[in-house]
Design a protein around this ligand. Structure first.
Ligand SMILES: [Zn+2]
Length: 179
């Protein structure tokens, strides 16, 4: 099951979707046991990511929960604009990663952008260590990416044809671990 709805690109769109058609977030089957027929099961509140000023515009960010009567566990899905574990926007992460790809130092990037040095370093390391897995999945969909010479070049080319949010949407769709 995919944890992300890639077509939801902004939080405004997410709020509208939750109001008008919350069923779009209902997974076709349970991520734990695979059974279908999940019920709506309330929501949880999540902080809007930092760094875009939009947090002030939104009173609260609601993520719908679903319950599986088969295994009695719950699950939820996120709009494409939010990353599952990070409290940052994909867009902001992409800016950071693009600076690093362009040759800026981790220290330098952490100085001019708001994430901490350690956060920036973690993103960068993860991009390197997950490269094989990410490349395998993305190259099967975007054959042109096969021409890249190394992992930095691979990401630089990826960002020239799509956003990090879109990349992560595809990886999630293919069942590849999304950092
Ligand atoms: Zn289940």
């Amino acid at each position: 099951m995919t944890r992300i709805l890639p077509e939801i690109a902004t939080l405004e769109q997410h709020q509208q979707q939750v109001l008008n058609d919350p069923d779009a977030y209902r997974p076709a089957c349970c991520p734990h046991c695979g059974k279908s027929g999940l019920h709506h099961h309330g929501y949880y509140e999540r902080n809007a990511p930092k760094g875009e000023g939009i947090a002030f515009l939104l009173r609260a960010l609601f993520i719908l929960r679903f319950f599986c009567p088969g295994c009695r566990r719950s699950c939820s899905r996120l709009p494409g604009c939010l990353s599952p574990r990070r409290h940052y926007w994909w867009k902001s992460q992409q800016e950071v990663l693009e600076l690093l790809i362009a040759g800026h130092s981790i220290y330098g990037v952490a100085q001019q952008k708001w994430p901490y040095y350690r956060t920036v370093r973690r993103w960068w390391k993860r991009l390197e260590t997950c490269f094989e897995q990410h490349a395998l999945s993305l190259r099967s969909r975007f054959p042109d990416l096969g021409r890249s010479v190394d992992w930095k070049d691979f990401w630089s080319q990826s960002f020239s044809i799509m956003t990090l949010a879109q990349v992560m949407g595809w990886l999630d769709h293919d069942g590849v671990y999304v950092p």
